[in-house]
Write a protein that binds this ligand. Structure first.
Ligand code: ATP
Ligand code: MG
Length: 566
């Protein structure tokens, strides 16, 4: 392709709305343009990258026994009512009505459609395992679409669904996908990690997330410095490693603390360290008000709380309700005399003589002791893991890193097949619900994650397998015939080898061409300049190295092939 014919509108300025590197660079380098919040057009270079990502995904899905289909984006409300999700999916679902006032959703995911599809045509154990997938736009009205392609409202996803006769067979499908996903992210040349993920309230079902490591990642991951354990903080099990404190229990005392409401306030006001304080958080769990305790230096993990309560809806209580029930506002609450059920993190029971609100504005209790001064309804692991915690597998130190969730695999069991009546007859003629799994990859997010992980101040550094072009040929001066003749010759020879080449035939200064080549991130640059040409040589430069190598013209194709195949 000739650069002069390429639709690649680069920008000199960093677009002001873009906060992350991938968002900035994909806009600046002419890959994407915004239509509205979280909705983008993919320009030719982006399309080339996406196609390569999709091809790798497709090859690995096919290799693992998947069969590609295309399912509808417009999904009838009735199917979502059968699964029970029409009412629970919430505002993230784009809903529409047709001229007859029938309800539809723009597919945020396809469990309902595929379960209905398979139910219609699969009736026997002989038809399984069945692995069907598609690569297609998904629609989610995200509360905060941001970071460009990273969290879009329209985005490209590969979703595969597996149907099996029992849990053992599901395990085989799941392992196949687990391995296929590893191959995909290895082939994409991305630095990634597989982590244990929360599987929500379905309980006991396995789930893994595939995370591309990047400083701007929205997911916090803890990993063991010693063994293979890694988990999303939402999921990471917090071991209780501290010993119960043994100091004597002092007598409970109420102290006047005018205007002191936060943990930090009490550090400054009374010199009490956060780990000797207790945070009291008030939640509505399916319309029931409860109090939740974590140590002052910890964060509550709402997912763990929700899983333990087994409730449908969990949200923070409003201050008005809390004041009515407890007699004090947020910041002055505590477990002593708390009129509602208390759920305490495991660490609370180990404390002695701690400080908390007194359920009376401007007062705190000091020397509070669990067991003596209050009794929780339940003690459980309710906090977020932090760096320095003990690994739940080998007890060594956990560290924290940030990642971008690019893939998610999930054992669904019979959640959808039971709800929607997708059954089959087993060998004995018994009717059973199909056992399902679902497996997603954010294709457009993966492109953004690659940029987030691989860029420098000058632009994108595409991994070779997904670069829009592998090579850019730059004649320093396109008006000089001798340079153009050599450039065209190398361009043609590389193309004959099946290499994707961009020939920068524009009448621009060399500096501008080099800047653009760096910005759009082409891995290999071949420069044809007057000096080197005198010696029958050209310059070969890798995007990720500063070094420039002079190569004889008749050797250049081999040199490039070596780099591409490395
Ligand atoms: P997140 O926690 O980031 O919202 P999710 O758990 O909702 O993700 P899944 O429903 O598991 O995501 O979807 C499968 C994959 O689709 C994710 O792993 C991610 O790569 C991608 N994805 C999800 N939401 C978006 C989005 N709004 N924009 C781009 N990609 C997305
Ligand atoms: Mg989501």
């Amino acid at each position: 392709m000739k650069y002069s014919e390429l639709f690649c509108p680069t920008l000199r300025e960093v677009p002001s709305e873009a906060e992350t590197a991938s968002h900035q660079l994909l806009l600046r380098a002419g890959y994407i343009r915004k239509a509205t919040a979280g909705v983008y057009s993919y320009l030719p270079l982006a399309n080339r990258v996406l196609k390569k990502v999709m091809n790798i995904v497709r090859e690995e899905m096919d290799r693992a026994g998947g069969q590609e289909v295309i399912m509808p984006i417009i999904q009838p409300r009735e199917l979502w009512e059968q699964s029970g999700r029409w009412s629970v999916y919430g505002d993230e679902m784009f809903r529409l009505t047709d001229r007859h006032n029938r309800g539809f959703a723009l597919g945020p995911t396809h469990e309902e459609i595929i379960t209905a599809l398979v139910d219609g045509d699969v009736h026997s154990y002989r038809d399984m395992p069945l692995l069907l997938y598609q690569i297609q736009n998904k629609y989610r009205d995200e509360i905060r679409p941001r970071f460009g392609l990273m969290r879009g409202r329209e985005f490209i996803m590969k979703d595969l669904y597996s149907f099996d006769v029992d849990n053992e067979a599901l395990e085989i499908s799941y392992r196949k996908m687990y391995e296929a996903y590893n191959r995909i992210f290895q082939r994409l040349n991305l630095d990634y990690r597989v982590v244990e993920a929360d599987s929500g309230a379905i309980g006991g079902n396995e789930s893994h997330e595939f995370m591309v490591l990047a400083d701007t990642g929205e997911s916090e991951i803890v990993y063991c410095t010693h063994c293979d354990y890694a988990a999303n903080v939402e999921k990471a099990v917090c071991m209780l490693t501290s010993e119960p404190m043994t100091e004597d229990m002092l007598s409970l005392e109420k102290i006047n603390t005018p205007g002191q409401r936060t943990i930090q306030d009490m550090v400054e006001f009374a010199g009490i360290v956060p780990s000797q304080q207790c945070k009291t958080l008030m939640y509505m769990a399916d319309d029931k008000l409860i109090a939740v305790l974590v140590r002052g230096d910890r964060e509550l993990n709402e997912i763990k709380l929700k899983n333990i309560l087994g409730c449908q809806n969990l949200y923070m209580a409003d201050e008005h309700t809390v004041r009515e029930v407890c007699g004090a506002s947020f910041g002055s609450l505590g477990p002593v005399g708390m009129p509602v059920e208390i759920y305490a993190d495991l660490e609370i029971a180990n404390l002695r003589n701690f400080t908390c609100g007194a359920n009376e504005d401007d007062f705190h209790y000091i020397n509070v002791n669990p067991g003596r001064d209050f009794k929780p309804r339940l003690e459980a692991d309710l906090r977020n893991a932090v760096a320095g915690d003990a690994c739940p597998v080998c007890k060594n130190r956990l560290e924290m890193i940030l990642g971008i969730e690019v893939g998610h695999i999930f054992k669904l069991g019979t959640k959808y097949s039971s709800a929607m009546g997708a059954t089959f007859l087993d060998q004995n003629g018994q009717e059973l619900p199909m056992v399902m799994g679902c497996y997603g990859i954010g294709v457009s997010r993966t492109m953004a994650a690659a940029v987030e992980q691989k860029h420098d101040d000058n632009g994108i550094i595409w991994p070779m397998p997904i670069a829009p072009f592998q090579v850019i040929v730059v004649p320093v001066n396109a008006n000089k015939e001798d340079q153009m003749v050599v450039a065209e010759q190398i361009y043609t020879e590389l193309q004959a080898e099946g290499i994707e080449v961009l020939l920068d035939d524009r009448d621009e200064r060399a500096g501008v061409k080099f800047k653009d080549a760096d910005l759009i991130g082409i891995p290999v640059r071949i420069t044809i300049g007057p000096k080197a040409l005198q010696d029958n040589q050209v310059e070969v430069k890798k995007r990720w190295e500063d070094e420039v190598n002079r190569v004889n013209i008749d050797q250049v194709v081999n040199a490039v092939l070596t780099i591409i195949r490395a």
